[in-house]
Design a binder for this molecule. Sequence first.
Ligand code: AMP
Ligand code: MG
Length: 342
Amino acid sequence: MTTQIDRPLSTAMPVPDADILPLPRLHLADPRTRATLRIQQALLAGAREHLRAGGSVEMTHPIIGPVTDPGSRGAKQADIDFYGHHYKLMTSAILYKQASLLTFDRIFLVAPNVRLEPIETSSTRRHLAEFRQIDVEVARATRDEAMDLVEGVIRHAVTKVLAECAEELAALERDTAALQAFVAAPFARIPHGEVVERLRAKGYPQAAGTEIEWQAEELISRDAAAPFFVVGYPKGSRGFYDKESTEDPGTLLNFDLIAPEGCGELCSGSEREFEYAKIITRMRETGENPAKYAWYLDVVRNGIPNSAGFGIGVERLTRWVAGLDSVWQATAFPKLAGVVSP
Ligand code: AMP
Ligand code: MG
């Protein structure tokens, strides 16, 4: 297969496999792409239906701003020259989500994110350099309530796909009985420490008290009979806005949702830090300079509600539901780390 890979800007930069993406015109006209994007449309419609029925208001948020989410592990932020001011493309909408709770108690958005992921991620089958999130924030919600909402959104969206996209699922040879079974039962909620033990029992050298790397995540995802939550990641692994437990300092009141079939993480969420002094402390602990966050800290200092929220990766959810080999197949115009594309 030929690709439209271009010359890299720097010869020092490692170049991903030249055959990693098909030519755009071949990908766009592929019946599999057509089936996938119809499934994605039903997933988004299902998510919107569920969220709006629960009283959430859909908003649109900035894609550039003076500061963005610092919590994306390993990925670089993209810079924008905003009339002489140093702006960033959004890596996530977290700061705007918390601020928006001054307007509505329950909000959501389908938000684009740009993350210049490390070049090695071009072959993980689950990283894009540009992707979208179904991003949700709920005032005064607990972590359990946020996980209930994730389950509700995914169950409703998948059920809609099963009802409306039989032809597309058949074209992609998706096992629909398996998909139906995956969303039939409640999703388990497993503490991070227990996942570490399970990984070690399988011979994977997972350190306690650290982030679960994507290779390990793939392993537990392959073993899973249904989607499940990992709860309570250790401090240090996530951004300053994931709330730290008061009963169990060092542990965050957060979660990831892991899909079965080797797809790995679909969603991350948490209760949020919302008190000014704690946010400043957490920023300092995570190496962030509070001075960069002037607009956000002004909002926080004057009071925002406690909240919980999450972001579901649209392409990752589509990849899993459609049974695709790789996440780039779940978007019309894929952007992979280091690969020149439209
Ligand atoms: P995060 O804030 O890193 O937890 O991202 C939230 C969600 O967005 C994740 O659970 C994924 O579903 C999705 N996501 C994060 N990074 C990427 C990426 N590089 N490519 C595709 N989806 C991603
Ligand atoms: Mg995450």
